[in-house]
Write a protein that binds this ligand. Structure first.
Ligand code: AMP
Ligand code: MG
Length: 357
């Protein structure tokens, strides 16, 4: 009897497996139905939607690469290149992989354009607050002052010839949290390219990479979140192709104590969460690292400096929402931009770039 049940069960499993195989085969043959894959890495949910024969394979490979990326770059994982650099601060230069050197070099180059708002070496302060950990707390003013004294990107010394990275003073540390998700979008671009995927999008903790168009040539439309509502409510949407949209806002990660909300973007001028009049800033760029760097920087800058930036001839496309409820949008986005019906009466100001001199 037992054996019979076993055989019956095996037959059912086999039938299900065959059916699954047929369905999977179909979905891969039919290039117009997307393959959706949801994974987790870098403390966030990652959703991939890809079209094409090798979509499923590409998504699994990308998930694997994102995990490996986290293992190399997370300051929280003791064996990562970043954790090793941090542990050797003030003691000795640390050999790092070419990939780590490339990312640190680019991130440092960018951070130096932020007029101090973005600091790769913000880690002593972010670690003190622990806002992205399970044990956040409000530190004392003296602790903040001590941690802040260690923040200085000029103390991160990259020696490309030797392949080493070095922090000059003990206690200093690098935190790539402000750019890593954007850089992850570049991994997506590379992986999809390798697998011949022409049509896909990836969402990773508020950052979105769009590759190509939907099969048949319809452009993808991507929403700009309503920070006051649940995750699937949008203020506006954009047509997007072959770009990354990085979004930064105080509503993304925070904790509350005695009725005060403390969010995860630190103003290096004070050591406290940035008191920005920007609620949410989105930056579009082909390069994910640049988009992610810029959105964090704009948030710290606030609306005044952000508007100045948007007028620069070389500025990325930007959308931001102020705490008084106005949306500012780069003029160059006007044609691809649309307010959601529920926000049709929202004030929108389009901002033009100056002509290049
Ligand atoms: P994002 O969500 O891209 O705006 O990045 C926020 C993350 O960047 C935080 O969780 C920290 O890891 C890190 N961070 C916070 N403040 C700064 C800052 N002023 N400069 C650079 N990185 C920061
Ligand atoms: Mg960022």
């Amino acid at each position: 009897m037992k054996k019979k049940i076993g055989i019956a069960a095996a037959a059912v499993i086999l039938a299900l497996a065959l059916l699954a195989g047929i369905l999977l085969g179909r979905s891969q043959e039919n290039a117009s139905s997307p393959q959706v894959y949801t994974g987790f890495a870098m403390s966030t949910v990652i959703t991939q939607t890809a079209y094409g024969k090798k979509a499923a394979e590409a998504e699994i490979e990308l998930q694997r690469r994102l995990q490996a990326f986290e293992n190399r770059f997370s300051m929280f994982l003791a064996q990562s290149d970043i954790a090793r650099i941090n542990a050797a601060a003030g003691k000795s230069p640390v050999s790092v992989s070419g990939e780590t050197m490339g990312l640190l070099k680019r991130a440092l180059e960018l951070s130096k354009t932020s007029q101090g708002a973005f600091q790769l070496t913000i880690a002593p302060v972010t670690q003190l607050w622990g806002i992205t950990t399970d044990h956040p707390r409000v530190p004392g003013a003296d602790e903040i002052a001590r941690a802040l004294a260690l923040v200085d990107d000029d103390d991160l010394i990259l020696n490309e010839e030797e392949g080493t990275a070095y922090l000059r003073r003990e206690g200093q540390a690098v935190d790539l949290g402000g750019v890593a998700k954007g850089t992850a979008c570049e991994l997506a671009r590379e992986t999809y390219e390798e697998y011949g995927i022409d049509s896909a999008w990836l969402s990773i903790g508020g950052n979105i990479y769009v590759r190509g168009e939907k099969p048949g040539g319809t452009p993808f439309r991507i929403g700009f979140r309503d920070p006051y509502q649940t995750e699937n409510s949008y203020l506006a949407s954009f047509q997007m192709k072959d770009r990354v949209l990085a979004v930064s806002g105080g509503y993304e990660r925070y904790f509350e104590e005695n009725g005060v909300r403390y969010h995860h973007i630190i103003d290096p001028a004070t050591g406290y969460p940035a008191e920005s009049d920007i609620v949410s800033a989105g930056v579009f760029a082909q390069e994910g690292t640049l988009a992610d760097f810029m959105s964090t920087t704009l948030f710290v800058w606030g609306s005044g400096r952000t508007l100045e930036y948007m007028r620069r001839p070389d500025a990325c496309d930007v959308i931001f929402l102020t705490d008084t409820g106005t949306l500012y949008v780069s003029e160059s986005l006007r044609d691809s931009f649309e307010l959601e019906e529920t926000h049709a009466d929202m004030p929108v100001v389009f901002v033009e770039r100056r002509e290049a001199a």
